[in-house]
Design a protein around this ligand. Structure first.
Ligand SMILES: Nc1ncnc2c1ncn2[C@@H]1O[C@H](COP(=O)(O)OP(=O)(O)O)[C@@H](O)[C@H]1O
Ligand SMILES: [Mg+2]
Length: 347
């Protein structure tokens, strides 16, 4: 107890002895400076603090305490003792870090007991909350390391699979088998790329559509050994209306990446036969909560009977399934060249 009145201190000590009996350890000081010193050495459970002290006010005392421990991590509880009906001071004390207050004309054993109980309980709760928070933060950091590691390993494994397919394609003499292996290799590579991007993303959950489109385009142009003076690739992904880039979550990035892989591959494979030159362009924008994505080429165009063929070819079947999976719709335009337009909800 820090109070300049010896009678008050004696009164409180007697009242508290009635409440706590032999378990009570009571320390008393008549001045703030001495009080602060004692607090530092013994670290009490609770301080009963008078407002009017000879060398400073109770509020200044609190301010001194909080230079050492911020209000949000108190080392011990403080109950402010204020003068007759001085609620203003009580309020200010609570704001400055006291956990409870007592009006001096209302001091009884039970009232002191309740105030001290309240104040120490609050400090205990604050401490538990802080410790809980620190535990959560540690656990979150660990999980993030794990997820990052997981994306890294998934990417590595997918790359190994792609390499094996590449080797097998080289070792195969059957032309159809080689083509099938090459296409499968590109699909696996498209997935590996997404995990690589997730690994590098700040929150481990998002892929930038523009980056994804550029990477896929580059990878496929290399894989097909495209002569860049004959066929050029362009990516035009607009930012969202709020200025942020268009990003995809894990669940959308995989289907969208595979769709782009099929469509770009198709343009490279079918649109420019016999040395024909042209451009492959990926466009995307976000509008009304949807992403509109298009793969456009100015090649020879798809065959007239494409939609009516009985047994659809695999690439477009895959596209159809994946569009459905990403919750979207698609259409094919054939005004000049080939234009696949796809629209799916932004999640
Ligand atoms: N961009 C394109 N330009 C011209 N023809 C295309 C294009 N995309 C697809 N096609 C035609 O549509 C067919 C079906 O494509 P797809 O289902 O991917 O099968 P695949 O690529 O294995 O032949 C292709 O065989 C090709 O005739
Ligand atoms: Mg195809």
């Amino acid at each position: 107890m820090v109070d300049d009145s010896a009678e008050e201190r004696t009164l409180c000590r007697i009242l508290l002895e009635e409440v706590y009996g032999a378990s009570l350890q009571f320390f008393e000081e008549s001045e703030a400076a001495a009080g602060l010193k004692t607090c530092r050495t013994i670290v009490p459970d609770c301080v009963l603090l008078d407002y009017n002290l000879p060398d400073m006010t109770g509020l200044e005392f609190l301010a001194q305490l909080h230079l050492e421990a911020p209000v949000i991590e108190p080392a011990f509880a403080v109950v402010m003792l204020t003068g007759l009906n001085n609620y203003q001071v009580a309020l200010e004390a609570m704001r400055s870090g006291a956990q409870d207050y007592l009006l001096k004309n209302r001091i009884t054993g039970p009232a002191l007991g309740v105030a001290i109980q309240n104040a120490t309980q609050k400090v205990g709760l604050i401490r538990e909350l802080r410790e809980g928070h620190a535990r959560l933060a540690r656990s979150l950091a660990e999980k993030q390391v794990l997820i990052r590691e997981l994306h890294h390993r998934v990417k590595n494994n997918l790359q190994v699979i792609a390499s094996l397919m590449h080797l097998q394609a080289q070792a195969t003499t059957n032309e159809t088998a080689t083509a099938v292996l090459r296409e499968s290799q590109h699909r696996v590579e498209a997935m590996a790329m997404i995990h690589d991007q997730l690994y590098g993303s700040a929150d481990l959950r998002q892929v930038h559509l523009a980056q994804q489109a550029n990477l896929l385009m580059t990878n496929l142009f290399n894989a097909f050994g495209v002569d860049s003076s004959r066929i050029s690739g362009q990516v035009a992904v607009c930012p969202r209306p709020d200025g942020n880039p268009i990003v995809l979550g894990v669940d959308q990035a995989i289907p969208i990446g595979l769709i782009l892989n099929e469509l770009i591959s198709n343009s490279l494979k079918h649109a420019f036969p016999k040395g024909r030159s042209g451009t492959i362009r990926i466009e995307a924008q976000s509008r009304d909560g949807r992403v509109e994505l298009a793969v456009i080429d100015d090649g020879i165009g798809v065959p007239e009977d494409l939609g009516t063929r009985n047994n659809k070819s695999l690439g477009l079947q895959i596209v159809e399934i994946l569009v459905r999976q990403s919750g979207g719709v698609w259409e094919l335009r054939r005004e000049s060249g080939t234009e696949f337009r796809l629209s799916f909800p932004e999640r």
